[in-house]
Design a protein around this ligand. Structure first.
Ligand SMILES: Cc1cc2nc3c(=O)[nH]c(=O)nc-3n(C[C@H](O)[C@H](O)[C@H](O)COP(=O)(O)O)c2cc1C
Length: 181
């Protein structure tokens, strides 16, 4: 299967990227084709709520976001990876998530693949972000897509670039989740 790996950190070689690459390795070792997108360098307009999609029309934006969305509408799977910024995913990640609406809201389009998420954050405690992570699993993934949801990997206590190199258990978990695609 084709898997889109959406890297939502603006730090190209940061912790999210490190963990994502491990998940990609797991999926590649299972024979899947991965297309990785560094969202921060792409031209992705935020959804402007025009509701064209509700009428069965393509999204008005013919940008890099459309390239991602068109593949999802063609059955690609997805890994959404983001650091936690002020308790939520980054703006770069949320911008493409909002564009999922152009599939969800279009009567002629649907998702058809698998999904997983990665969140990294500096705070060492995992409990406080669980409500946000559960909500994000529900919306968009469980409630608004037909994607089969695999799992979320939360990597806590990583702040500086390179910290994730020491998160051996989480790197192993990332690989294992990649193998579930
Ligand atoms: C603007 C900003 C907001 C952040 N907010 C949080 C936060 O709310 N909770 C937290 O634990 N870490 C927070 N962090 C730390 C990052 O989540 C952490 O450094 C993460 O490892 C960055 O991932 P990256 O290396 O992939 O960019 C924040 C960092 C930045 C730059």
């Amino acid at each position: 299967m084709k898997i889109l790996a959406l890297q939502g950190s603006p730090r190209k070689k940061g912790n999210t990227n490190r963990v994502l690459d491990e998940m990609i390795k797991g999926a590649e070792d299972n024979g899947h084709e991965i297309k990785k997108y560094f969202l921060n360098s792409l031209d992705i307009s935020p959804c402007n709520g025009c509701e064209r999609c509700a009428k069965g029309k393509d999204c008005q934006f013919e940008d890099d976001g459309a390239e991602i969305i068109n593949q999802l509408a063609d059955g690609a799977s997805v890994i959404l990876a983001s650091p936690i910024y002020f308790g939520q995913m980054t703006a770069q990640a949320k911008t493409i998530v909002d564009r999922f609406y152009s599939i969800f809201n279009n009567p002629d389009k649907k998702f058809d693949g698998k999904a997983a998420m990665i969140f990294t954050h500096a705070f060492p405690d995992k409990d406080i972000y669980q409500p946000y992570i559960k909500l994000t699993e529900a919306q968009p993934f469980l409630n608004n897509t037909e994607l089969e949801y695999i799992e979320t990997l939360e990597v806590a206590g990583v702040k500086e670039i390179g910290d994730a190199d020491n998160a051996e258990d989480d790197l192993k978990k990332a690989y294992d989740i990649g193998q579930k695609f």
